[in-house]
Design a protein around this ligand. Structure first.
Ligand code: FAD
Length: 508
């Protein structure tokens, strides 16, 4: 049985946050046009997935309406790393890299411990190359040394990880002109500042339109033969994020309009949500405070190939819990996942503070040192017990942890966690601790879909006329319980493209 989640429209609309979705359900609607004059495709959300869907559908002669809640095009592409992974791209070919979707599939599943949805992953890797080649044919270019095997996340065995110089904006720089051209040719109608608030269904349950609310509060029914939910995830909606994943949203890094509207719409039409249990946090965030979602002010430089660690990491019990210089980012993320509150303290003594390289990229030494007197995540004390008291962890445990760490170095014994880089003991006060926490940029839960990207009901049957693409189908579906390279943007562009391109096939 899939793990399902449930949220009511009423709850969602009351708690959507950030004032993005504040309407009540429609009590009166104005029909934009007669049902017989329906659009071929209505796309909800003009972002990473929605724009390619509209472009491809328009290109093959469909009449397309795009409803976008925000005042602009692009969605999360304004801040996304835009890192993509695909096999068989022109960028690989010109570097002589041989690659196949099968090899991509194996590598992808290895990295996420076979936790992404195999059907969704297969659909993604089989079609990803064509998506990048389409972007390339329209002017998209990757960074000089790309494709690469990896960066920031676990490495592939083949160089298939690639992105543009302006990150997500490099993709928008290609899709926006294509989208606007189709608009100018009368193939796409666009409603900005307009949010989808309900789906119109006929007596059989088929989706036949969208109720949308303009920024002035006017409710309109738009009729459509097919509707694509491409409204993103819920990583800017703390209440929903918690309901879906059982985890507090530590920081709000995602697009403000990622409020989970598509989850509510899809579920209201008979669909269901799954994969929230695949959640895993991003390692080492420095939060402004404990008022979640807090501001993400920086990140600890934890990659041992860039900065071998001098300090030790301890959990809320004052214990070490991982090998600080393990080269696998997946190992580090997974180790923190199982700690109380997904938080850890990086602990150092005075010698380490003086000699070790900078902890937080782009922070000056002065700002870093001043923070020990002013920042709620920073603490300094003359003894380890006093330091522990300041940060709220058991003092005797911290003192014991440091004692055994020092003793193993002193006695030339192997480290309890297999750590290799142990340049110094923690001996000379004052002692220092900074708290780093797991943070989130995407949601893992999403609507269940089938191999034709149709939203499905709990019994496996599809809801006629309703499709999903992008984060609305869940980061857990495409990336699994891991940060698998390019597993959000690539499938978003790809699945949007497939829905637009194959509307005639999928629509049946
Ligand atoms: C900082 C950051 C970095 C990232 N880096 C990467 C990366 O390098 N590689 C990767 O693979 N993934 C990355 N991701 C994740 C990835 O960017 C997103 O998962 C992906 O862009 C989401 O695409 P989408 O089309 O589902 O949503 P979006 O691109 O967010 O589009 C959804 C659109 O729907 C609109 N909308 C919302 N509600 C409604 C409504 N009710 N009615 C109408 N419109 C609505 C929104 O305004 C938005 O324009 C990153 C995410 C973040 C936040």
């Amino acid at each position: 049985m899939p793990n399902t989640h449930s949220i009511s429209k009423r709850t969602f609309l009351k708690t959507a946050g950030a004032g993005v979705l504040t309407s009540v359900l429609p009590t009166w609607r104005r029909a934009a046009h007669a049902a017989g004059d329906a659009y071929d495709l209505i796309v909800i959300g003009a972002g990473t997935a929605g724009m390619p869907a509209a472009i491809f559908a328009a290109d093959r002669g469909a009449r397309v309406l795009v409803i976008e809640k925000s005042p602009v095009l692009g969605g999360t592409l304004d801040r996304s790393g835009g890192q993509m992974s695909a096999a068989g791209t022109v960028f690989q070919k010109r570097k002589g890299i041989k690659d196949t979707p099968d090899a991509h599939f194996e590598d992808h599943m290895r990295i996420n411990h076979w936790s992404s949805d195999p059907m969704v992953t297969r659909l993604f890797v089989d079609n990803a190359g064509e998506s990048l080649n389409w972007l390339a044919a329209n002017g998209f270019e990757v960074l000089d040394n790309h494709p690469v095997k990896g960066a920031g996340h676990e490495f592939f065995t083949t160089a298939r990880y690639q992105w543009g110089k302006d990150n997500g904006k490099s993709i928008l720089a290609v899709t926006e002109p294509l989208f606007r051209k189709a608009m100018a040719e009368g193939k796409i109608d666009l409603k900005l500042d307009t949010g989808a608030v309900d789906l119109v269904q006929d007596g059989t349950g088929a989706v036949v339109g969208v109720t949308a609310e303009s920024d002035t509060g006017t409710l309109t029914d738009y009729m459509g033969k097919n509707v694509l939910l491409a409204s993103g995830g819920c990583a800017s909606n703390p209440r929903m994020f918690y309901d879906m994943h059982g985890v507090a949203l530590a920081s709000q890094v995602a697009y403000p309009y990622s409020q989970g509207a598509g989850f509510v719409l899809g579920q209201g039409a008979g669909g269901f949500l799954r994969y929230g249990e695949k959640y895993i946090g991003t390692f080492g965030g420095l939060l402004s405070d404990d008022n979640f979602p807090a501001t993400l002010e920086g990140s600890f430089e934890h990659h041992p190939n860039i900065r071998p660690p001098w300090e030790i990491y301890v959990n809320a019990n004052g214990e070490r819990f991982m090998c600080e210089d393990n080269p696998s980012i997946d190992y580090r993320e997974r180790s923190l996942l199982h700690q109380p509150g997904e938080r850890m303290w990086v602990v150092a003594d005075q010698d380490m503070i003086e000699k070790a390289p900078e902890w937080i990229p782009r922070w000056s030494k002065e700002k870093f040192m001043d923070s020990f007197g002013s920042h709620p995540m920073f603490a300094k004390a003359e003894s380890l017990t006093a330091l522990a008291a300041k940060v709220g962890i058991p003092g005797s445990m911290l003192a014991g942890t440091v004692k055994s760490y020092n003793a193993s170095i002193n006695e030339g014994l192997p480290d309890a966690f297999g750590r290799q880089h142990r340049p110094a003991q923690l001996k000379r006060g004052p002692f220092y601790a900074v708290r780093f926490t797991a943070w989130q940029l995407k949601s893992f839960a999403g609507l269940a879909i089938d191999a034709k990207l149709r939203v499905i009901r709990p019994d496996g049957s599809h809801i006629p006329g309703l499709f999903g693409a992008g984060e609305v189908i869940g980061g857990g579906a495409t990336g699994g319980n891991a940060y698998t390279n390019g597993s959000m943007v690539t499938p978003a562009v790809t699945f949007g493209r497939l829905v637009g391109q194959r509307m005639a096939v999928f629509g049946t």
